[in-house]
Design a protein around this ligand. Structure first.
Ligand code: GLN
Length: 308
């Protein structure tokens, strides 16, 4: 497929995505996120052959939100190892909203998976014992191939002032003996990680590193343990789009992770990273235009895991 073909496909993807943005809304649980323009859409592809393709709003920065769960899990696996990480957490889709605490309290003694809030706060509890937030920013920059990543102070403050639900989850985790670190410190690490500012290009960078098995696409140097990368990608496939993960796997078939800032990170194994920005969300908190764009890209470029 030539450069011009790919550009045309991306152009069409953005126009298809645009047809759907009106049906969704920007996240409104904190004022900072509701200020985004819901019509913005962007897509960036970075290939293992080091080609880069962009269309639309790919430089505009927004907060990574739940996509940070991918980075946090990878770092926790690296520092604590698989057995410890999954001693307090399962790896099953929850079928519930990302911030639900119903099943955690009623039917399960452990968070369903690291991609929902309960799991990510558990992961943050491991992280605070091992690394500082500055270390995490350095990891995020390295893995996203983006030295411009910083914490968005306004979103952080806004999140911090509106985190009753996540605080409730954190204390519930503590009451069950799952979260053993200081609750407020763990919650703070979780919120800081959600407040990192990225753009579609940084997400494509992260996707490329994951597609490349954890190696830097140019130098080939190892940035992340290969087993950790495999675990992360598999959990993205089964749980990355929250309670929309099943349908997304059927329609798109690319391991992906969404965030309520409007980002989607997608990993096409051994081939490319795709970063999406589209802050208009569906009722599950996934970018509505972003999902349509990925579905179109998957179909036209044959990117589904089980493409014929
Ligand atoms: N900051 C959000 C929260 O904790 C992140 C969730 C998301 O992106 N789905 O609720």
């Amino acid at each position: 497929m030539g450069d011009q073909d790919i550009k045309k496909i991306l152009e069409k993807a953005v126009s298809i995505g645009s047809e759907h943005v009106e049906q969704g809304n920007c996240a409104s649980y904190i004022p900072e996120l509701s200020k985004a323009d819901k019509h913005n859409l962007g897509v960036c592809i970075l290939t293992t052959g080091l080609d880069k393709y962009t269309m639309g709003h790919t430089r505009e920065r927004f907060t990574i939100q739940s996509i940070s769960k991918v980075i946090s899990l990878a770092v926790a696996l690296q520092h604590c190892g698989f057995d410890k990480v999954f001693s307090k957490m399962n790896m099953e889709p929850s079928g519930d909203a990302f911030n639900s605490l119903v099943k955690l309290d009623l039917t399960s003694d452990k968070p369903f998976n690291p991609m929902i809030n309960a799991g990510a706060i558990t992961t943050a509890g491991y992280l605070v014992q091992e690394v500082s937030f500055d270390d995490m920013v350095a990891y995020a920059r390295k893995l996203c191939l983006d030295d411009g990543i910083v914490m968005d102070e306004k979103v952080y403050e806004s999140e911090k002032n509106n985190c009753s639900r996540n605080r409730a989850i954190a204390y519930l985790l503590q009451s069950k003996g799952i979260l053993e670190s200081n609750v407020e410190e763990s919650l703070d690490m979780y919120i800081r990680m959600c407040s990192l500012s990225v753009n579609a290009e940084s997400l494509a960078g992260l996707g490329l590193v994951l597609a490349n098995g954890g190696r830097h696409p140019e130098s080939g140097s190892r940035l992340m343990d290969a087993h950790a990368v495999r675990v992360v990608k598999t959990i993205m496939m089964t749980c990355g789009m929250y309670d929309g993960s099943g349908e997304f796997a059927v329609r798109v078939g690319i391991p992906s992770k969404s965030g309520v800032g409007g980002g989607i990170l997608a990993v096409v194994e051994k081939s490319m990273g795709i970063g999406i920005y589209g802050p208009s969300l569906d009722e599950k908190g996934n970018s509505i235009g972003g999902q349509r764009m990925l579905e179109y890209l998957s179909e036209t470029m044959g990117l589904h895991m089980f493409a014929e």
